[in-house]
Write a protein that binds this ligand. Sequence first.
Ligand code: ATP
Ligand code: MG
Ligand code: MG
Ligand code: MG
Length: 476
Amino acid sequence: MKAAEIRSTFLKFFESKGHQIVASSPVVPGDDPTLLFTNAGMNQFKDVFLGFDKRAYSRATTSQKCIRAGGKHNDLDNVGYTARHHTFFEMLGNFSFGDYFKEDAIAYAWELLTEHFHLPAEKLWVTVYAEDDEAYEIWNKKVGIPAERIVRIGDNKGGRYLSDNFWMMGDTGPCGPCTEIFFDHGPEVAGGPPGSPDENGDRYIEIWNNVFMQFNRTEDGVMHKLPKPSVDTGMGLERLAAVLQHVHSNYSIDTFSALLEAAKKAVDEAGALDCDKDSASLKVIADHIRACSFTIVDGIIPGNEGRGYVLRRIARRAIRHGYKLGARTTFFHKIVGELVNQMGDAYPELRQAQARVTEVLRQEEERFFQTIANGMEILEGALTPGLKQLDGELAFKLHDTFGFPVDLTADVCRERDVTVDQAGFDAAMARQRTQARAAGKFKMAQGLAYAGVPTAFHGYEHLVCETSKVTAVYID
Ligand code: ATP
Ligand code: MG
Ligand code: MG
Ligand code: MG
């Protein structure tokens, strides 16, 4: 089953259960300063859950464009290195606004997975929030999942409600206990079941999260009961597609295979000649073209602040990986065409913006290749014959002032048998951080960037969102 068919099967199933099919909202949230990018299907319904907004329907289903590259849910560093994380992905969801609750949500999920997608029941595991006996009983008694495949996940993260099975959109907003469904990809893949020490492998993959929305968490950490218990679910389309297409990695599904091929062709034509088609770098590029394109569709352009900065960071990360593979001229924007082939039907706004997306990326790419060329010149100048170690201050300056990525410096040095003075680099970085902090820097998570507080480009190290420590106080 191709990704497109999986998407429509999901939506039609929930439509047949009385859900209104609602279009994806943009990846750039319209009026929520607590959010960098849309990170879940429920975002566009946040106010409905909170009771501030009413819709003509009490059940909805969506395929939502999501980006997790900053803020509470940040998967940027996983991308290319796990089989299941993307910066941009599609989240299939069904929602109940004070309508059905745990029992129906679980029954729907099970029916869809086992009767419509025909997943073998014995390969499915579930987790529940440790204290949620109700969800446990539904899975065990009503659905019939044996106790060995139901895992209670508690608060082993150092505080009540910090469990993986207590879902929060961000530091504030709707939240609640959840139950997650995992698929066992089989013993040929490394990793242990949920809750085990090696749960982070790619064998047992979380495919679907059903959240029982019951609270609104405010900035002071207080949990307020929502007007009506509700349901919010999210299933990664790419993860389900991997299962249904009998492959063990999201990057092997139909849509990603085509993108990887297009990425390889573009990188090869830009000078890599015949790069390794299985390299993590190629996966990073194929992933990042989606995140970059969809943010540009929604009006973001690369810049030094806020969302534009995140876009720039993602685009440059992709370009850097292309450079690592051997690309010496622009290649990234050339993949947009294949992305439109893959996703233009489901998201017509992408097709409509194709020319603009391509041009914005081409310009950014030219700028960055120029940055790389300048940096290389400085670096070449410093790498005098016989040099054993590169000055840490210089490596930092290249990175901080000239935007030359530090891992490129390390790569070039490694090729010449030169080490980088890491202690000197770290000291320069620490000094810069202290100065930046003193200057009252970037607090996107608190929404200050939207209140007009200026933010400066402090180099790549100053990742955008610094979420405050999450602590929760319970009020019934
Ligand atoms: P994980 O533990 O694998 O990082 P998660 O618990 O952070 O996932 P949720 O917030 O529960 O994910 O999101 C709902 C669903 O969205 C997940 O069950 C998964 O199928 C999908 N999903 C989450 N993050 C990603 C991602 N970075 N790339 C692709 N799919 C994702
Ligand atoms: Mg995650
Ligand atoms: Mg998880
Ligand atoms: Mg989850």
